[in-house]
Each structure stands twice: as structure tokens, then as C-alpha cells.
Design a protein around this ligand. Structure first.
Ligand SMILES: *Cc1c(COP(=O)(O)O)cnc(C)c1O
Length: 431
């Protein structure tokens, strides 16, 4: 099994967190998002404890809400001592509705509108991560009107290619997020920020990409950020109190993916930071990390019901399920790998080569190609693993399909955290 929270029971059914997936699908319907809260909490603790052990005081992991966002998640994050990244008023609203403290929210986004800025300021969001000059000016104005000084980090791009997918690679210079260091623009950005009366510049932020499996690219980012910070200290006397190194820790989607040693990586990163600061005689800044995927991905799986099997003679066989790109668009977007299991028939020999297809009217609606299952029959249950990140949040109502329910599992009990959409929900905004 890919993870230790998965198992097989006497009936040959896949279990997750000790619960039978076939029973979960019977009770809550399918397709169904299942989230193992115990595993999610353990993932949070890995970050919280490792950062407390190795990193400077007040360092903290911030959960990136774009990976997964619903009300019931936020009490869990709060209890586990996490901060949280938000990228829109909708995410802020959701976090606050879940009782999350506003001061532990970090507000991202490369186009915060004046309305977004007003909403976030009036909500008491702790810190803005400012992406560009226009936002800097707009935020300074809005903070001035309210008579406050807003804490901010400046988003810069260190120009690192962590050798991941182009489409999800954001640390390169040529991208729409942040301001590049290499061209000298980030220095001018920081200089402008330091003149802003109503902003308190706390430090810098960089996010170098996704699915990163080693400490090295993060260490490289630290080097570049420290050089940058040291040159600003020289020129303006400004000392950064915070460095936010973004998210991007990898997870295992398939057995061939490496296991990421998160505590080891955090320790290596902390050592690297300490040495770098000593070399430059720079006061140790606190560190923020923004894990999204590595907190929730492997805590989640999706259950589908098989509809049919179609063999195109001389080509391949398609197995269709009752969901698809509406609940998981990641294969259609960038051919993301997943592990697929025959949840209701785990003891049967997987000797049928096939492609798992969704039910949408779109030939690109595939969940995974080149997989093997026991020859499926209608109503078999199939599980797609590691869907806790970027599935629920990227879901749509294409073809007017209702979004699946989300069930959380804790200590052997399942509870509905997000109910399945109804047809009424589909027309709720239609006048
Ligand atoms: C996407 C993103 C994250 C989270 O990345 P993961 O790969 O899910 O850990 C964190 N910070 C920023 C700025 C992001 O854009």
C-alpha cells in the first residue's frame, strides 16, 4: 500500500483510517471525497514540531488554502498550531467562518482588487504578501484611510528552476508572480515599499515551485534571498525579520515517487540558514513555510462507482466512472500521475489494462491512463489515491454535475464535512 493508513479487510475491501470504503460509499454516496483527519493532523505536526525544533523562534508553517479549503478544515488547522495562506476574499471568508484567527492569515494573490484589499483589512488579516507596485500603493492608501500600519511581506522571484513541471513552476524570473531579484526590479520594489507610511515591511516571500523532493532548491532560494536582504541592509539599513520560503514539498502519488523526509529537509534548511546568516553577520530571521499539497494530498482519496467498460478493438479499454474532470481536473490539465485501486475487489488479480475515464463530454476527461484493475463490472468501487490536494478546490460544475460530498475520518468515525450538491444548488444563482 502507498500509505500506512490504507488497508484491506476480510471482505477484500479497501479501508482508510480503519473504515471500509465500500461502506463509506454506501452511506455517503459516490463520487465521494474522503479525508483522513488523523493523517492530516499528523502531517501538520510534522511541520509544526520540526520547525519548532530546528528553526528560529516564531517560525511557523502556513497551510496553503488553495490546496484544500472548506469551513470544517480550519478548526483542525487552528488546533494544530498552523497559520494559513489565503488568496481571495472567499478563502478569507471560509477561514473566518471556520473560526480561524484573522491575525494568522497571510493574504496572497497577484491581483488583489481594491475590494479585496478593503475586505482583508476590515477582516483584520495579519499579513499581506504584496505582489507588485500597484498593490503596494493601493494597500498603503487603504491602510492610511483606516489609520493603521499593515504588516507586509514582499513577494520576490529568486529565479530558480526546481526541475518541475513548467505549468506549476513559479520561482523562475519569467512568470506573473512577484518581482524578480536578478533584474534589479526587486530592489526597486523594496525601496518603494520602505517609503510607504502605512506599511510595515517585515521581510520577503518566495515560492519556487511544486513537487520538490529535496532541500537543495530551498537552500538555493535562501542564499539568493539572504544576498538580496544583505544588499538592502547595506543600502537602506533595513533588516528583514521574516523570510517566507513558500510551499512546494513533494508527495507520493505513485509507488515510484520518493518519500520526502520533511523533518530532515527542515533541519537541513535551518542549518543552511544559520550558516548563511553567520557568514553575512545577518540577524536570524524567522522562517515561514507554506505547505499545501504535503499537508492534505495523502490524507485524501476519491471513491467512484464504475459505469461501464468499453474496449476499442486494436486500441485500448476505457473504464468509465461516475465523476471525472469535474471533481479532479488534474490529469486533464497536466497529466498528473495517480494510483488507482479496485476498492471493492482488492483480492482479485489486476490483469485488465485500461484507462480510467470520467463522465464529462470532453475527450480529455481522463483520470489516469495505463492502469491495471481486476476486469471491472458495473457498480464496482474504484479509489483514486492522494486526491486531498487540488481536487476539491479545483472542482467545477461542468455538465451540471453536482460536486461530491466530503467526509472526514477521525479515530474510526466518519462525519460529513461538506454535503453533496443538489440540483437546487445548481440553479441557486440562476435568476
Ligand atoms: C501553490 C502555493 C503554495 C503551496 O504549494 P504546495 O505545492 O501545495 O505546497 C504555497 N505558496 C504559494 C505562494 C503558492 O502559490
Amino acid at each position: 500500500m502507498l500509505y500506512e493508513n490504507l488497508g484491506i479487510n476480510d471482505q477484500g475491501h479497501l479501508t482508510v483510517g480503519g473504515l471500509d470504503t465500500v461502506q463509506l460509499a454506501e452511506e455517503f454516496g459516490a463520487p465521494l471525497y474522503v479525508l483522513d483527519e488523523d493523517r492530516l493532523r499528523a502531517n501538520c505536526q510534522t511541520y509544526v514540531q520540526s520547525m519548532a525544533a530546528w528553526m528560529p523562534a516564531d517560525s511557523m508553517p502556513l497551510f496553503a488554502g488553495k490546496a484544500l479549503c472548506f469551513k470544517g478544515l480550519y478548526p483542525v488547522l487552528k488546533e494544530e498550531g498552523m497559520g494559513a495562506d489565503v488568496v481571495s476574499p472567499g478563502e478569507i471568508y471560509t477561514a473566518l467562518a471556520g473560526g480561524f484567527p484573522a491575525e494568522k492569515l497571510y493574504f496572497h494573490g497577484n491581483n488583489k482588487t481594491d475590494e479585496d484589499i478593503a475586505y482583508a483589512l476590515d477582516s483584520g488579516v495579519g499579513c499581506f504578501i504584496v505582489d507588485n507596485h500597484q498593490e503596494l500603493a493601493a494597500l498603503n492608501r487603504a491602510a492610511g484611510v483606516r489609520g493603521i500600519r499593515q504588516r507586509v511581506l514582499l513577494r520576490v522571484t529568486p529565479g530558480i528552476d526546481p526541475h518541475t513541471l513548467q505549468a506549476i513552476n513559479t520561482g523562475r524570473i519569467d512568470c506573473q508572480f512577484g518581482v524578480p531579484i536578478e533584474t534589479g526590479q526587486a530592489a526597486r520594489f523594496a525601496a518603494a515599499a520602505l517609503t510607504m507610511e502605512h506599511l510595515e515591511i517585515e521581510g520577503f516571500h518566495s515560492h519556487i515551485g511544486s513537487q520538490i523532493f529535496e532541500a537543495e532548491p530551498f537552500c538555493e532560494a535562501v542564499d539568493i534571498l539572504l544576498d538580496f536582504a544583505a544588499s538592502l541592509r547595506q543600502e537602506y539599513g533595513f533588516v528583514a525579520r521574516t523570510l517566507n520560503l513558500g510551499g512546494g514539498f513533494g508527495v507520493r502519488y505513485q509507488a515510484c515517487d520518493p518519500v520526502v523526509d520533511i523533518p530532515g529537509t527542515i533541519r537541513a534548511l535551518a542549518d543552511h540558514l544559520t550558516r548563511g546568516c553567520q557568514d553575512k553577520d545577518y540577524p536570524l530571521p524567522r522562517i515561514l513555510l507554506e505547505p499545501g499539497r504535503s499537508i492534505v494530498a495523502d490524507a485524501g482519496l476519491t471513491l467512484y462507482r464504475v459505469g461501464g467498460v468499453k474496449t476499442i478493438e486494436g486500441y485500448r479499454s476505457y473504464v468509465t466512472v461516475n465523476g471525472g474532470m469535474t471533481d479532479n481536473p488534474r490529469y486533464a490539465l497536466y497529466q498528473s500521475p495517480y494510483t488507482v485501486l479496485p476498492a471493492s475487489r482488492m483480492m482479485d488479480t489486476p490483469d485488465f489494462d485500461c484507462t480510467l475515464a470520467g463522465r464529462c463530454c470532453e475527450s480529455g476527461d481522463l483520470i489516469q491512463e495505463n492502469i491495471s484493475l481486476p476486469r471491472p463490472e458495473r457498480d464496482d468501487l474504484v479509489a483514486v489515491l492522494t486526491t486531498g490536494a487540488y481536487n476539491f478546490t479545483m472542482a467545477s460544475n461542468y455538465n451540471r454535475l453536482c460536486r461530491p460530498a466530503l467526509v472526514m475520518i477521525r479515530q474510526g468515525n466518519a462525519r460529513l464535512a461538506v454535503r453533496r450538491q443538489t440540483f437546487e444548488d445548481l440553479i441557486a444563482c440562476d435568476l
